[in-house]
Ligand binder design. Structure first.
Ligand code: CTP
Length: 130
């Protein structure tokens, strides 16, 4: 059984999120998603996500192609998470291309193309401007 892992915030859930998760699952048999904690988001972006960690976990856990969800507490722990969840493949959107190449000693690393013209940041900006 091939185990796939991916990471992200998945705030204000949109079709780009669905597309990457669906394609991540197609890379193997079992998909594990590391969802950034509220605290990790604050440290990265200086704001909390619109949707709480608990709600983001609930949305991700309800998807048919997601098998397991856990909270990513720190960006530096990626190698630990890959080992802990026995991942064979790490999938990331190609906005991260090259950034996780050092994980290639632990598992296969794949960057999949992003869905064009949609992002959480853009949705927030559009709603703010209404
Ligand atoms: N993703 C994607 N296509 C999009 C938006 C996101 O494939 N149009 C992927 C990212 O590459 C990442 C995952 O979805 O692997 C989670 O991305 P996240 O950063 O949570 O979503 P964004 O919409 O990019 O959020 P933000 O605008 O806050 O960066």
């Amino acid at each position: 059984m091939k185990r796939v892992i991916t990471f992200g915030t998945f705030d204000v859930f949109h079709v780009g999120h669905i597309n990457i998760l669906e394609r991540a699952k197609q890379q193997g048999d079992y998909l594990i998603v590391g969802v950034s904690s509220d605290g990790l988001n604050f440290s990265k972006k200086k704001r909390y996500p619109i949707y709480s960690q608990a709600d983001r976990i609930k949305i991700l856990s309800s998807l048919q192609f997601v098998d397991e969800v856990f909270v990513e507490e720190s960006l530096e722990l990626k190698p630990e998470y890959i080992k802990r969840f026995k991942a064979d493949v790490l999938v990331m959107g190609d906005d991260w291309a090259g950034r996780f190449d050092e994980m290639k000693s632990l598992c296969e690393v794949l960057y999949l193309p992003r869905t064009p013209s949609i992002s959480t940041t853009e949705i927030i900006e559009v709603v703010k401007s209404l």
